[in-house]
Design a protein. Structure first.
Length: 494
């Protein structure tokens, strides 16, 4: 035994030779825990599982670190069908002794990696709880159906057998209840609930048997069997007719009795079977509907998640491709080929790169963005003055997406005018208003205000023939041009 205070081995001594502490009381506690464990073990061997659980619980109250007692208690619960409580005991055991605990490791591994063990446990628990709800709602037929399904999945669940036996007793089916209680007793021979139910069943069956015997004893004898020979006198015609009438009456009475038996015994039995089938069908339909709704919800969440991931990664490569394209972009940048570098960067997924890769990504993007802004601005400018306004919209939109302040606001101004030229007044108004907000009291802002006034009043802008002082595009080179009628904007330098 180890010292309670310093955990050193003290053997049979009550006083610790290392710290001098008195461990006599601690030794008594350990002895009591081991005694309760031994008694629990003996009861478990004879399948008195309820008694074993009580003694093992007492053992753990004295010493919660009694590894053998806790593992055995988990096994007892498992044998009684209480898998959740068994799992709890083994998890606690594993937490107390994580390194040298092969028994708990084995049991947990069996539960976690067995063929659908956890899923089966989950389904059994749900069905048992559903049976309890049916009993509370007084839907006893549905409760019996659910309990039979529970027992088909987990035959050792003593509580389910006891509840099923109780329902059968309520219906007067004491023979069927007796069979269920016998199965429960095979699992746990001294379960007090099972014993109480068995005593009640035996009492009722004994009373029925005694009443049946008393009834037979009181019945008069119909005939006496013997070997005596008798004389049968000759019947008269009238007596024969009377006998014939009595035979006919007996036949009619037999027909009536057969009809009544059919009405009061056969027909209710058929109806009961039909109701039972309908109840089974109702339970199946409810389970299928619940399962279908759950499956649909789960599948929809999975679809939404995958769509979100697809939206985030559309056009992006995987990690290997991202690094390859990043290297390709860096090589092209160092060679001065910014077009190839920009193209390669379009398929690089920044989220899949490490810290160094993301830093290099940001460095290359900063350079390629400047190149793309200049390129698209030049292409947009050429398209605008070539009156190819859809192409102008495309190029200026890319410039504005990268930098709305490009060329002191000229890109956003050209974009507004290009939208107006293609008849997209809604976007034209949006970008004209941005020009007014970003560059107030400037020539382009005043021209934008006039354009806004015209579009909001339902008018149209004549972009092709408008003057540069009105809606015509203007080019800024760094400082604001304050002339009311400046010369025509020049194309950007190559």
């Amino acid at each position: 035994m180890n010292c309670f205070y310093c955990q050193n081995e003290i053997g049979a001594n009550d006083t610790c030779p290392y710290c001098g502490a008195d461990n006599s009381a601690y030794r008594k506690v350990i002895h009591a825990s081991n005694t309760f464990y031994n008694e629990g073990l003996e009861r478990a061997k004879i399948r008195d599982l309820t008694g074993a659980a009580e003694y093992l619980g007492q053992s753990l109250k004295y010493n919660k670190y009694n590894l053998d007692a806790r593992n055995l208690l988990g096994l007892v619960y498992f044998e009684m069908g209480e898998t959740v409580q068994a799992l709890s005991e083994w998890v606690i055991s594993k937490n107390y002794f994580p390194d040298e605990n092969p028994i708990a490791d084995h049991y947990l591994d069996e539960l976690q990696h067995g063929a659908n063990m956890l899923d089966k446990l989950n389904q059994t628990t749900k069905k048992y709880n559903q049976a309890i709800e049916y009993v509370q709602q007084k839907s006893y037929d549905l409760a019996k159906i659910q309990l039979k399904r529970v027992l088909s999945m987990q035959p050792n669940l003593v509580r389910a057998r006891q509840l099923l036996a109780l329902l059968l007793m309520m219906e007067g089916k004491y023979e069927d209840a007796k069979k269920e209680l016998a199965e429960a007793a095979k699992i746990d021979i001294k379960n007090p609930t099972t014993i109480a139910y068995q005593q009640e069943v035996r009492r009722v069956l004994k009373d029925k048997k005694s009443k049946k015997k008393k009834k037979r004893k009181d019945d008069p004898l119909d005939y006496v069997d013997g070997s005596e020979s008798g004389y049968m006198r000759r019947q008269t015609f009238i007596e024969a007719m009377d006998n014939t009438k009595s035979g006919i009456v007996n036949i009619l009475v037999g027909i009536i009795i057969g009809t009544l038996i059919c009405m009061f015994l056969v027909v209710p039995s058929v109806r009961q079977n039909a109701n039972s089938d309908a109840a089974n069908a109702l339970v199946d339909a409810n389970e299928k509907a619940t399962s279908t709704a759950t499956d649909v919800a789960v599948l929809q969440r999975e679809i939404d998640r995958l769509n979100a991931e697809l939206e985030n990664y559309t056009g992006k490569g995987d990690q290997k491709t991202s690094y390859e394209k990043l290297l390709e972009a860096q090589t092209a940048q160092l060679a001065g080929d910014l077009e190839t570098a920009a193209t390669a960067m379009e398929t690089v997924n920044r989220d899949l790169l490490d810290a160094n890769g993301q830093a290099k990504y940001d460095e290359i993007v900063a350079v390629t963005n400047v190149y793309l802004e200049d390129k698209h601005y030049e292409e947009g400018y050429k398209a605008f003055y070539a009156k190819e306004y859809p192409q102008a919209v495309e190029h200026f939109a890319k410039v504005v997406e990268l930098d709305e302040t490009y060329s002191n606001g000229d890109a956003i101004n050209y974009l507004a005018q290009s939208y107006a030229a293609v008849g997209d007044n809604e976007n034209a108004l949006t970008y004209y208003k941005k020009v007014v907000e970003a560059y107030p009291n400037t020539r382009k802002a005043r021209a934008a205000e006039k354009a806004i006034e015209t579009l909001e009043s339902g008018g149209t802008l004549d972009i092709e023939n408008s003057s540069t002082g009105g809606a015509a595009p203007t080019t800024q080179t760094g400082e604001e041009n304050t002339q009311e009628n400046p010369p025509e904007a020049e194309a950007p330098a190559e």
